[in-house]
Design a protein around this ligand. Sequence first.
Ligand code: C5P
Length: 230
Amino acid sequence: MTLVVAIDGPSGSGKSSVSRAVARELGLAYLDTGAMYRAATWWCLHTGVALDDAVAVAAEVRRLPLAMGVDPSAPAVTVGGTDVSAEIRETRISEAVSKVATNLDVREELRLRQRAAIDAERGADGFAGGRGVVAEGRDITTVVAPDADVRVLLTASEEARLARRALDVHGTADATAVEATRDQVLRRDADDSTVVQFHVAADGVVTVDSSHLDFEQTVRAVLDVVAARA
Ligand code: C5P
């Protein structure tokens, strides 16, 4: 039997690294849906479409030649054959991504692609046998895969999320680094929250609060949820 594990959470909750570790541990594929929104943003900046032009942005994203790697150890993101895995993490993308992700036609296009990728990995009807998948993002437990076998909301206090992101981006979590991260993390969550709800667990979704857990403990907590539910 293949397994679909859906994990949502805000920025800095650690969901990408935790989801990858869970996928590795369980031998599942890994789908980073945030990377798809980042790749869509990269593409819009690359083609030069005005991000304020919602109709043109949606048309551009429908043309997006995106290939998502699903190996949890090296999930390469390629657009038109170019590996953009590193570039989509740049600040210019983080600052613009919410603008693209709050475009409802973009969301519909990417939701369909995410659903197709999940169905392919779980070996749904019409797809050759799959091995199952861990899919992570903001609306996987609620919109993209509400039928997932296991659904987790990974949360952490604001303080913990800011410290983690500061450590990731600046290599330190001192007061200056935390301040520099504050706008990016909190403003992005506020903007994203206007179209997706990822702060409160929906019915049937299990909350894992990682505020006081280290990385290994968080991975273990999610694996425990999988073991109990699957
Ligand atoms: O997870 P990550 O921080 O890389 O996500 C980047 C952005 O992609 C988020 O800030 C949000 O705008 C968007 N996103 C989304 N729905 C998802 C995953 C990500 O809107 N399922």
